[in-house]
Design a protein around this ligand. Sequence first.
Ligand code: UDP
Length: 236
Amino acid sequence: MSFEEKMLYEGKAKKVFTTDNMDEYRVYFKDDATAFNGEKKGTIQSKGVLNNSISSFFFELLQSKGINTHFVKKLNERDMLVKKLTIVPIEVVVRNIAAGSLAKRLGWEEGRKLKKPVVEFYYKSDELGDPLINRSHVAALDIATPDQLDELEGVSLKINSALSEFLTEKNILLVDFKLEYGLHKGALLLGDEISPDTCRFWDASTNEKLDKDRFRRDLGNVEEAYQEIWKRIGGK
Ligand code: UDP
């Protein structure tokens, strides 16, 4: 009997399929884009292809620095093979420069450099719109142990250093980004993606936005911005 793959999940930007290996999934990157908790919908031409390439590149970079990720390999233009994870329902955001919801919450102008990187936790829940939570909320919700939370924070800061150092050389500012993690055979692995959908990237000379804010804020040249990131990190 031949193996039949099954779609397990369709999200806003990706689809996840089973494979003939019980421990691995195939992730398909779509061109669909959403913002404001799904209120704004659209497509960004070739986004799936670019985000698969950009994410694969960053996962390999992080793995070379000793960070454990779900990445196995890039299969083709739009598909990535990953290890199966039991997702931890926490989104970890790391920030170096005030923007987006932090700028709004603290009343700071976008572009203000933070004295120290800020790490935030959000509860992954579409119905609630991913609310900001702290350590005691995590304990009360019982979604991670204090040790796991320390690990999430430590690894996220290490990722911030590795990515910031690499991107500085490409004349890109890493303003902020969102990470997701999951458990695989008892180990905490970085999951999801690292792309202009999940990071704020600014040109270091002009502060021009090279990320999904171009879509969120109708700034135009969205695909060109994703292309520019891929080109600067070494793609074509
Ligand atoms: N982010 C994300 N998914 C989300 C929310 C945020 O990838 O559901 C990323 C976003 O692209 C940015 C960072 O996390 O790089 C911080 O986002 P922020 O809290 O400022 O929220 P936003 O202004 O995007 O609503």
